[in-house]
Design a protein around this ligand. Structure first.
Ligand code: HMH
Length: 222
């Protein structure tokens, strides 16, 4: 097996990548038919996703080569602003973030990140040892951001003002450039690894695509 590349990892997801980035949720945001409760469900769960994603970023940084650090630190700074922005949006929409229960899809996604950080079973089971190699974490990190970039980027110019700031947060050309750099970093890390890491990266990115589909599905009671 040749080393994995971000391109081969997307291809390996088959239909799941398309389903994750062209979901009915996104079309409903575009044509305004999304119900406020549906959008609110996504918003509350995504806030809790991002809280865990910050920790995953920290773990990815901890094992990254120096050359990759500046990009990840920049990403971390953006995430801090993003959490404040989520709290502002939630307050405007009258949503209780801290009292909200994690839904199964969000919990499963957070569990996957914990598994990459600490090993199977997450922190509690392993005492915090045995996470994935950096190349797998770099590929996962890229895939998580790339999914959102493609998904929201497909809505550029298609939504009313209520949703345009969501679209520009993840769909903007600037965010697209960040994702390109993440892809280059993941490709560089994967190129140094053998077939075992390539297979593991492929498995993890496919799980990410499936979880992204489930994540949108929460708005529909999934
Ligand atoms: C579910 N995937 C999900 N939420 C996000 N905020 C991102 C990816 C990208 O940051």
């Amino acid at each position: 097996m040749a080393p994995a590349t971000t391109k081969s990892l997307i291809e390996g997801c088959g239909e799941a990548w398309k389903q994750a980035t062209l979901h009915p949720f996104l079309d409903a945001v575009a044509d305004g038919s999304i119900k406020p409760e549906q959008f609110n469900t996504w918003l509350v769960q995504d806030y809790h996703f991002v809280r865990a994603f910050v920790r995953f970023t920290a773990t990815t940084m901890a094992s990254a080569p120096d050359a990759h650090m500046a990009t990840l630190l920049g990403g971390m700074a953006v995430l801090q602003g993003e959490l404040a922005w989520f709290r502002e949006k939630a307050a405007q929409r009258g949503l209780d973030l801290d009292g909200a229960e994690l839904q199964p899809a969000c919990r499963a996604y957070r569990d996957l990140m914990a598994e990459l950080q600490y090993g199977p079973g997450g922190a509690a089971a392993t005492g915090g040892s045995g996470g994935a190699p950096y190349a797998v974490k770099a590929a996962a990190f890229w895939a998580i951001e790339a999914c959102y970039n493609t998904a929201w980027g497909g809505l550029l110019g298609r939504t009313g003002p209520e949703y345009s700031e969501y679209v520009s947060r993840w769909g903007s050309p600037e965010f697209g450039q960040y994702v390109e750099v993440l892809a280059a970093q993941a490709d560089a890390a994967l190129a140094q690894e053998g077939p075992e890491v390539a297979a593991s990266a492929a498995e993890v990115v496919k799980r990410i695509a499936d979880l992204e589909v489930r994540f949108w599905g929460m708005a529909y009671g999934g």
